[in-house]
Write a protein that binds this ligand. Structure first.
Ligand code: FAD
Ligand code: 2HG
Ligand code: ZN
Length: 474
């Protein structure tokens, strides 16, 4: 055990948490020490699994007293290793998994109060059972938690219609770095009462406190939907189609996702049950998802009319409309399995970037050309939330190249994309956050007064620096 204080610390943690609440066996803690992408291997003497807010507070107080770093962890699906401890072996992993109760669901106020460890899919299901919609949706929704999606201000597939996680949150309960419990579970639409602490905790990636519960906004359940998978002429055509749908009925566009031919090929190749639903392969595709609470919205007819116009304009080459929920799910799988398919193909480098929506086609074209020039034989796989200007400008290794040699070029690859993104007025991290992976980019992108203010906030709230050290701030 690297830290000589650890045994006493572990005894005290065990006294707070009881046998169900503390993992110390190597095999039990191993899955908590590595990130989803297998980029970082951390070390830790224990995973604390508190079963109540009071236990979270007691753990944080003990960590503050003993100056022990801790890393909050939800579903551990971070794309930037935000929930992975460092390799020193001093950091305690604080898993929120046992805080998984939905405390309240109010269809009149359209709110749900959920604990941090509630899995996103379970929150969606609870809302649906009450005849409502919790709209946040992303590929990791079967594992990611409410605490995690709020701490990363996750976006996902429905941001275009409902906003990021931040826009879906009304109130928060958190344990602050000194171990005090702040109950901000107000379910108010309007609450201008000083600095919005709740918004500081959203997107803080566990560096300012531990979210233990949140009040979430609900929406009316859709009663009419339509889902289309389309081959489009190019990136400009994808955007033109987006404008057509938005122009027809902005509120109905629940998701609008772009996929390159390369990405769809990989999904078909690696994922069982995924097949191309069109007659011929194309270089560019979009998935359009429409939804309305009005049962008589006529979305299928609307989609057919818009696709027909776009076909005549040469934007759409071919398209299919789902004729059942199961068919819609099959179309969505092609998109949702992109991360897994890329993982199975070999080493890939992710660039979760955003630009003004109108600049997406230029960004994809310039980045693709620059990346292939940088690493001949590498395969650009751009895909994602084109309606938000957020493309995952990922690069798959050349076939046959040593994965380690390719990953050794990660920073060159990210620099290459980021230079173009900066030129187009974009961001180097659209929705995944900074975590551990991108801290070294903060100075050049957010340096000056912005980073100075962030540091001041960090030292005001966490003067001992115990909350998720080494993440977000360089
Ligand atoms: P973790 O990975 O456990 O933690 C994420 C960060 O939040 C860490 O910094 C951690 O310390 C902190 N944290 C976790 N819980 C708490 C808490 N209770 N209090 C304080 N800090 C906490 N993201 C998107 O935005 N859009 C997508 O479309 C998307 N798709 C994904 C698809 C796949 C297949 C995968 C693997 C990931 C995807 N992600 C996406 C990444 C995304 O960030 C996560 O899925 C999700 O937001 C993290 O939730 P989690 O519970 O797994 O958090
Ligand atoms: C998605 O949109 C996620 O599927 C993951 O944000 C993106 O794998 C990626 O790069
Ligand atoms: Zn995404």
């Amino acid at each position: 055990m690297p830290d000589t204080h650890a045994p006493a610390l572990l005894d005290r943690l065990a006294a707070i948490l009881g046998p169900r609440g503390l993992l110390t066996e190597a095999a039990d803690i191993a899955p908590h020490l590595v990130d989803w992408r297998n980029l970082y291997q951390g070390a830790s003497p224990a995973v604390a699994r508190p079963g109540s807010v009071e236990e979270v507070a007691a753990v944080v107080r003990l960590c503050a007293e003993t100056r022990t770093p801790l890393v909050p962890q939800g579903g551990n699906t971070s794309m930037v290793a935000g929930a992975t401890p460092d390799a020193t072996g001093r950091t305690i992993v604080l898993s929120l998994a046992r805080l998984n109760r939905i405390r309240d669901l109010d269809p009149a106020d359209m709110t749900m109060t959920a604990e941090a460890g509630v899995v996103l899919k379970a929150a969606q299901d609870a809302a649906a059972e009450a005849g409502c919609l919790f709209p946040l949706s992303l590929g990791a929704e079967g594992t990611a938690t409410i605490g995690g999606v709020l701490s990363t201000n996750a976006g996902g597939n429905t941001t275009v219609r409902y906003g990021n996680a931040r826009e879906l949150m009304l109130g928060i309960e958190a344990v602050l770095p000194d171990g005090s419990v702040w109950n901000g579970l107000r379910r108010l639409r309007k609450d201008n009462t000083g600095y919005a602490l709740r918004h500081l905790l959203v997107g803080a990636e566990g560096t300012l406190g531990v979210i233990t519960a949140a009040v979430l906004r609900l929406f009316p359940r859709p009663n009419d939907t339509a889902t289309a998978f389309c081959a489009v002429a190019d990136e400009d055509a994808a955007l033109a189609l987006f404008r057509r749908f938005r122009g027809r009925d902005e509120a109905a566009v629940r998701a609008f996702e772009y996929m390159s031919g390369a990405g769809v090929d990989l999904a078909v190749k690696h994922i069982e049950g995924v097949a191309l639903p069109l007659g011929a392969r194309a270089d560019h595709y979009v998935l359009v998802d429409l939804a309305s609470p009005r049962p008589d919205a006529g979305l299928r007819g609307m989609a057919e009319a818009v696709l027909e116009e776009a076909f005549e304009a040469g934007e759409v080459l071919d398209a299919t409309l789902a004729d059942s929920d199961a068919a819609a799910k099959r179309l969505w799988r092609i998109r949702e399995e992109h991360p897994e398919a890329q993982k199975r193909e070999g080493a890939s480098v992710k660039n979760d970037v955003s630009v003004p929506v109108s600049k997406v086609p230029e960004m994809i074209r310039r980045c693709s050309a620059a990346l292939v020039a940088l690493i001949p034989g590498s395969r650009p796989v751009p895909f994602g939330h084109i309606g938000d200007g957020n493309i995952h400008m990922n690069l798959e290794q050349p076939e046959g190249m040593d994965p380690a040699a390719f990953l050794a070029r990660s920073h060159d690859i990210m620099d290459c994309v980021n230079a173009i993104v900066r030129d187009l007025g974009g961001s180097f991290s659209a929705e995944h956050g900074i975590g551990r992976l991108k801290t070294d980019m903060m100075e050049s992108w957010r340096g000056g007064p912005e980073l100075a203010a962030m540091r001041a906030i960090k030292s005001a709230l966490d003067p001992l620096g115990i909350m998720n050290p080494g993440k977000v701030l360089p």
